[in-house]
Design a protein around this ligand. Structure first.
Ligand SMILES: *[C@@H]1O[C@H](CO)[C@@H](O)[C@H](O)[C@H]1NC(C)=O
Ligand SMILES: *[C@@H]1O[C@H](CO)[C@@H](O)[C@H](O)[C@H]1NC(C)=O
Length: 301
């Protein structure tokens, strides 16, 4: 019972305000592309006053900025907008900054309290610009790889799609038979294409398209190379290098030894060479070390 009487009261109040000023609109959520014109329609369908007070405000969080006040366009829309058909706001060259919620307020002059208002949500769409794409140049088989695609101008925010050799890639390689040999996942909202382990089949020319309701833009194609990381070959290569190093070291030592031998043989007629008695051997080693040291220091100098 109480509920019903409240409803009745509400109806009565509404009825009263309808008697004062009544507003309607052709479109409460107009959508337009940037630089196009748009009408925020606010139509007075009934009013007792001949000359009601008309105001437009742009809602900003809890605040509101004047757009049309005292019969003048104010703020950011100055010079770009005018009032049409008595109370509608016409924006000639929309800008992305015009996005937002507007309020049309109409008041019967005799009674300021009898205000009618209507909210219009304006969407100004912006085409995406050419996205920034990052593709690694070369990745070894089995390694992970991440491809990035992003742009920040589009409104609403762009969604992305990667293409390989002009073929659109799905969000998950495992979802399509065709890409079953690949191992990637893709997030269309972030533009990030992630390979857990690339294989030869992933080689190709990649590009990305950013798109929203206003349009799309494509980045330049980039080549992704996938190469074999041949472990056996690498180990073999390292071994060859080690062997060569060993041979060189051996050769250098031998050359030192020979140099020592020729000089010592000229001194002691190769005696120590033929009969290396223990103390002599120690001597030999020591002198050799000294010779080595001398050689090195002369090299340094
Ligand atoms: C609309 O405004 C932009 C700047 O925001 C300007 O570059 C462009 O020339 C204007 N277009 C028209 C048709 O006035
Ligand atoms: C996937 O790999 C297998 C084995 O290497 C091959 O036979 C098959 O043709 C590949 N599938 C595709 C779609 O490339």
């Amino acid at each position: 019972m109480a509920e019903r009487s409240v409803q009745l009261l509400l109806l009565l109040i509404q009825g009263c305000s309808i008697l004062a000023v009544e507003l309607s609109t052709h479109n409460q959520n107009p959508v337009v592309q940037e630089h196009q014109s748009v009408e925020l329609s606010c139509i007075i369908t009934s009013t007792k006053t001949k000359d009601p007070r008309i105001e437009w405000k742009k809602i900003k969080n809890d605040d509101a900025d004047y757009v049309y006040f005292e019969k003048r366009i104010q703020g950011g829309l100055e010079g770009r907008a005018n009032i049409q058909s008595k109370s509608s706001l016409f924006i000639k060259n929309t800008s992305r900054t015009d996005n937002g919620k507007y309020r049309c307020e109409v008041a019967a002059l005799e009674d300021d309290k009898k205000i009618a208002e209507i909210y219009i949500s304006l969407t100004v769409q912006v085409k995406p610009v050419i996205p920034q794409c990052r593709v690694p140049k070369a990745v070894p088989v089995g390694k992970s790889a991440v491809l990035h695609c992003q742009e920040n101008e589009g409104y609403p925010s762009a969604v992305y799609r990667w293409y390989r050799n002009s073929e659109a890639l799905p969000d998950d390689s495992k979802s399509t038979l065709k890409f079953q040999n690949s191992s990637f996942t893709f997030n269309p909202k972030t533009g990030t294409l992630t390979f857990t382990a690339v294989n030869k089949g992933d080689m190709g020319r990649y590009y990305c398209i950013a798109s929203n309701d206003a349009g799309s833009a494509k980045c330049e194609e980039q080549e992704l190379e996938v190469y074999d990381l041949n472990i056996g070959g690498i180990i073999g290569g390292i071994l060859v290098v080690l062997v060569v190093l060993a041979l060189i070291t051996g050769g250098v030592c031998c050359a030192y030894r020979k140099g020592y031998c020729t000089s010592s043989s000229s001194r002691s007629s190769g005696q120590s060479y033929k009969t290396p008695a223990k103390p002599e051997g120690v001597n030999y080693m020591r002198t050799n070390d000294e010779g080595d040291f001398r050689h090195k220091s002369s090299f340094v100098i």
